[in-house]
Write a protein that binds this ligand. Structure first.
Ligand code: SAH
Length: 205
């Protein structure tokens, strides 16, 4: 899988190593385990999906940008799902990771998955509305949104540190595109990256 990702343009060695270190089959249901290392999204119950490995790799690589890992100390993920992306952030060795999931059964299952792969140390999993972020912990050096809203959630923009970066899919009603939002001293810089496919970000629990 890692070799395939290299061919697909994932260059950051830390990202490839982190993906190589997380056993993806332990994050999917038993019946789907034989397909866990194919480059496809898989159902994870309650109408949600675990993103395809390429998407996780792209999002993670974009989150880091050209910066050293030390620039992304405190990171927030919206949409824990099965916890696979959270595990990849852990495997990168980021010191402070928060992840919010609105569906309690998925939140509980993600905790079990992360415990099973011994990657729950630095991650704090929260069950709640990710649209609101975590104002009590902000600001974040990185925010990764793994479900698609129509517009950038304002609370998340407000919780981004100067020098921080948000990676999120936006759905304009016809198509979804992945965006990178950088917060600089002068304000926000928005860059459209590529087409994307995520489940919708639900606004309000
Ligand atoms: N990162 C996940 C992908 C999960 S799919 C993984 O690696 O498996 C997106 C998830 O976002 C779903 O589990 C969905 O329930 C969740 N979600 C949607 N709207 C949300 C919201 N407002 N707050 C928190 N989670 C939300």
């Amino acid at each position: 899988m890692v070799e395939r990702l290299t061919h697909m343009g994932i260059r950051r060695t830390e990202v490839l190593a982190a993906i190589g270190a997380v056993p993806r089959h332990l994050f999917v249901e038993e019946a789907l385990r034989s397909r866990a290392y194919d480059d496809m999204s898989l159902p994870l119950g309650l109408g949600q999906t675990i993103s395809q490995p390429y998407t996780v790799a792209v999002m993670t690589q974009l989150l880091l940008g050209e910066e050293p890992l030390s620039q992304r100390r405190r990171v927030l993920e919206i949409g824990t799902g099965c916890g696979y992306q959270t595990a990849v952030l852990q495997a990168l060795g980021l010191p402070e990771i928060y992840s919010i999931e609105r569906l309690r059964p998925l939140h509980e299952r993600a905790k079990q998955h992360l415990r099973a792969v011994k990657l729950l140390q630095q991650a704090r999993l929260v069950c709640g509305d990710g649209y609101l972020g975590l104002p009590e912990v902000a600001p974040f050096d990185g925010i990764l949104v793994t479900a698609a809203p129509a517009q950038i959630p304002l609370p998340l923009l407000q919780q981004l540190a100067v020098g921080g970066r948000m990676v999120l899919p936006l759905d304009d009603g016809h198509a979804q595109f992945l965006w990178v939002i950088d917060k600089t001293e002068q304000g926000f810089r928005e860059t459209c990256i590529q087409e994307a496919l995520f489940v919708p970000l639900v606004n309000g629990i």
